[in-house]
Design a protein. Structure first.
Length: 366
């Protein structure tokens, strides 16, 4: 019972029984459950993680003329959410060792037009998040967490996505909790929650200082059958997290000490969710190495999904981004092996064997 279609099948009776899809009872129940699970006051469901980021930025009053700081080491979805508001994305370089955003660079790029900072917890990692949150607070900026890959990750005992002003999550297939497509936002701030809920449904509901019908919004609603799916999967959050962490641990153990691969160990106060197993590739042409692994069946961010630092992405060149050399190097050297709930231990053995063999032959120049 791991894929969306399995879950859908199990849920068919529930979905058949749904009395009033327009009543949004499933989405409302999911919101209460998400808020309770994360210990926050408000959860707002939306149609995707990208929609969650866009809605969060709008709730924070981000618009044309504003700037938003985000790591160069991110996926294009984060960038797209910023540009969709009309604001200008400003890329921040990575900290030493590719561990989160560089605070000094973020500070240097903060101007009076900066409205928000978006840390992105790639591979479920939260390096430097607490320090960044403290910086954002000290200068009065919203911290909007892109926690799409960090469901269940914790740092200093606090859950990723609950540390900033708003946390954004995806329910797409492959994330820790999924409904095929979908997303949600978490916040303790009632006004931000009301603005997010209003924007999600064409501003048909009121928010403080912005009555119903006073603005334009979007339809970013999560469909009722998908909300039912997400509720079902949310009950298995702890099992899903335990399995991911176990898979990551097993893969690290099996790959062991392999020349050219350095485990990206979490900081002492970080407890990542095992979203991906993460190494730094210290081999020549690391991107080609990751591509070779992908061709050999080891799905990974760079080789399979062509992840590259956003400031180097062709679609971002019109933004005239400043160079972010540490982020570029960190992404190029990042081996984030995709883990899926249905991946068996036997398959993990096979993946580890492939990684070891390829690293060895790459190091020997073959
Ligand atoms: C998946 C993901 C998104 C986008 O989520 P969608 O639901 O696909 O729109 C954004 N940021 C990160 C880091 C992601 O992993």
């Amino acid at each position: 019972m791991n894929t969306t279609s399995d879950t859908l099948h199990a849920l068919k009776p529930t979905i058949d029984r749904m009395p009033d899809p327009a009543g949004r009872a499933e989405a409302a129940a999911l919101e209460s459950e998400l808020a309770a699970v994360h210990g926050v006051r408000h959860a707002i469901t939306v149609s995707s993680g990208t929609a969650a980021l866009h809605t969060a930025l709008i709730a924070c009053r981000t618009g044309p003329g504003d700037e938003v700081l985000l790591p160069a080491a991110t996926v294009i979805m984060t960038v797209a959410a910023v540009t969709a508001t009309g604001a200008h994305p400003v890329f921040v370089d990575a900290a030493a060792g590719g561990r989160g955003m560089d605070l000094a660079d973020a500070a240097a790029k903060t101007t009076e037009r900066t409205r928000a900072i978006i840390p992105v917890h790639l591979a479920g990692r939260t390096d430097g998040l607490v320090e960044l949150a403290a910086y954002a607070q000290s200068v009065g900026l919203h911290l909007v967490e892109d926690a799409c890959q960090a469901q269940g990750s914790r740092t200093r005992g606090r859950a990723a996505g609950t540390i900033g002003t708003i946390g954004c999550f995806s329910l797409k297939d492959g994330k820790i909790i999924s409904s095929g497509e979908g997303g949600y936002l978490l916040t303790d701030d009632a006004e931000l929650a009301a603005r997010a809920a209003a924007y999600r449904t064409h501003w048909l509901t009121p928010a403080p200082h912005a009555p119903a019908g006073s603005r334009l919004g979007m339809n970013y609603r999560l469909a009722e059958p998908l909300a039912a799916l997400a509720r079902h999967n949310l009950t298995r959050l702890n099992t899903a997290l335990a399995r991911r962490r176990e898979q990551a641990r097993l893969l690290y153990d099996l790959v062991g000490e392999t020349p050219g691969l350095a485990v990206h160990a979490p900081g002492p106060e970080d407890d990542p969710n095992g979203y991906s197993a993460l190494w730094r590739v210290d081999l020549d042409r690391p991107r080609d190495f990751s591509t070779r692994l992908a061709e050999d069946g080891v799905a990974n961010s760079v080789g399979t999904y062509r992840l590259r630092a956003a400031h180097q992405h062709p679609a971002c060149q019109y933004l005239n981004p400043a160079p972010c050399p540490r982020a570029a190097q960190a992404v190029d050297q990042m081996l984030a092996v995709t883990l899926q709930p249905q991946t068996t231990d036997t398959e993990l053995h096979h993946l580890a064997e492939t990684i070891r063999r390829e690293a060895k032959s790459w190091a020997e120049g073959r």
